[in-house]
Design a protein around this ligand. Structure first.
Ligand SMILES: Cc1cc2nc3c(=O)[nH]c(=O)nc-3n(C[C@H](O)[C@H](O)[C@H](O)COP(=O)(O)OP(=O)(O)OC[C@H]3O[C@@H](n4cnc5c(N)ncnc54)[C@H](O)[C@@H]3O)c2cc1C
Length: 411
């Protein structure tokens, strides 16, 4: 066998995560080699064409809320042409009473101004979003075709090399370089720095070098419903996205007058079966009723006309794992994007490239990253004694004012 190629930086996994990190490194002038088991980009969970993105405003740890705001702004400024901004409405929970003043205080504590989040009474929501429920309007909320975005990030580039149809089965460290082996136990490439963005399969690769990470699969099915033009459901279909218990995209009218409506999704923990299920469509029909507050809606009105089934990779604490693997120098991990592939891939691109390029992590404060946020994402959080790590992560100021790139001109 000929001597395997050596690259300074190799990325394993050409889903939205690996592609976004690769793209950021290319933009920063580096050469990158990306390796994937499939014949082309976005073959797995990132084949998803209907992923929504908005800052999180519901229940959740304060760190999660801060992180989703930063990640949302980074994602919006990154995706340009493929960013489909239609706005997203989040209805008030059924057991809560709408209180505008309280909600405004809450949103301002999250640093979400009126351009990002606006409380609406049921009448206002009916006028602005066509939904007669109170809630919060997120006008910059959007959806993204993850497959288009992944392909866009990996379009031809002088400094990009791609190795397709090649599953990495094993890693080995030799003289401070990482060797990547294929199924025949041959070395495919060697790298000084290796980014692992292989979703659930990151677990086995890391296991092979003695690192255990708590990742689990969560199957999800999204339903594509077709609605006849005279069906009573038509009156209820939204013209914006809705995010609540489940989510939906704005309904679209087709050339024959019928409507297409994307509603999702199931969250089947511990499952990784990719076949479509009728029961999952039924679950989504129930979510659809809740989203538009139409409990009398007939099941038959929402006819199944397609679906997307994928397997999310989720960490024990539901946050992504993004950062250097301090006990295996030269390895960087970006996985466990869960149900927030759009947001966390944008964040991973900034954080991983800063670490790979050995930049002063203090520079990340311009995006709003404070040391506690970097530590909350670091794989080190799962290893004994590691949470004392901010020093190892670089001293970050926590009170600098974040500066974001401007929003894209094209949508
Ligand atoms: C039903 C459903 C709804 C969702 N809705 C949303 C949403 O609304 N908004 C949102 O932001 N996100 C959503 N998500 C989540 C989003 O789809 C994922 O977070 C994202 O696609 C994960 O990207 P990834 O690059 O980490 O993984 P993947 O896309 O799975 O990519 C991993 C890549 O690694 C490659 N690979 C794996 N192992 C190896 C190996 N050993 N060697 C070489 N290559 C390897 C695979 O071939 C694959 O290309 C949803 C997911 C599901 C299932």
């Amino acid at each position: 066998m000929t001597k395997p190629q050596h690259h300074e930086i190799v990325v394993i996994g050409a889903g939205i995560c690996g592609a976004t990190i690769t793209n950021e490194l290319l933009e920063r002038g580096k050469a990158v080699c990306i390796v994937d088991a499939a014949p082309s980009p976005a073959s797995a969970c990132s084949s998803h064409a209907y992923a929504i993105a908005h800052p999180h405003i519901g229940k959740g740890s304060p760190r999660l809320l801060r992180l989703t705001r930063i990640a949302f702004l980074l994602a919006q400024s990154r995706w340009g042409k493929v960013w489909n901004q239609h706005g997203i409405f989040q209805p008030t929970k059924k057991d809560k009473v709408f209180d505008r003043a309280e909600m405004l205080d809450y949103l301002s504590a999250l640093e979400l101004d009126g351009s990002m989040a606006l409380p609406l009474s049921a009448d206002e929501a009916s006028e602005i979003c066509g939904i007669a429920q109170s809630g919060v309007w997120l006008p910059r909320g959007a959806s993204l075709n993850l497959s288009d975005a992944t392909n866009q990030a990996l379009k031809n580039h002088d400094r990009l090399s791609c190795i397709w149809n090649t599953r990495v089965t094993r890693l080995e460290n030799l003289n401070n370089q990482w060797l990547l082996f294929n199924e025949k136990n041959e070395v495919i490439v060697s790298a000084d720095k290796l980014v692992i963005a292989a979703a659930m399969e990151s677990k086995a690769l890391l296991n092979g070098i003695g690192i255990r990470v708590p990742l689990k699969p969560v199957r999800g099915q999204l339903s594509i419903f077709s609605i006849e033009k005279n069906d009573p459901w038509v009156e209820k279909l939204p013209n914006v996205g809705i995010s609540g218990d489940g989510y939906c995209l704005p309904a679209e009218q087709m050339s024959d007058g019928s409507y297409r409506w994307i509603v999702g999704s199931t969250f089947d923990e511990g499952e990784d079966d990719l076949s479509s299920r009728g029961v999952s469509d039924d679950f989504n029909r129930e979510q659809a009723k809740g989203l538009v507050d139409y409990s009398q809606g007939k099941r038959e009105g929402l006819q199944s006309s397609g679906d997307f089934v994928g397997v999310r990779c989720v960490a024990g604490d539901r946050l992504p794992m993004i950062g250097a693997l301090t006990q295996r120098p030269g390895i960087y991990l970006a996985t466990a994007l869960g149900s927030r592939g759009v947001l966390w891939s944008a964040l991973a691109a900034k954080l991983i490239s800063a670490q790979v390029l050995e930049e002063d992590l203090g520079l990340l404060t311009r995006f709003g990253f404070a040391a506690d946020l970097v530590a909350a994402l670091a794989p080190a959080r799962f290893f004994a004694g590691a949470l004392a790590a901010p020093a190892a992560l670089g001293a970050l100021a926590s009170n600098s004012k974040p500066v974001f790139p401007s929003a894209p001109k094209t949508r």
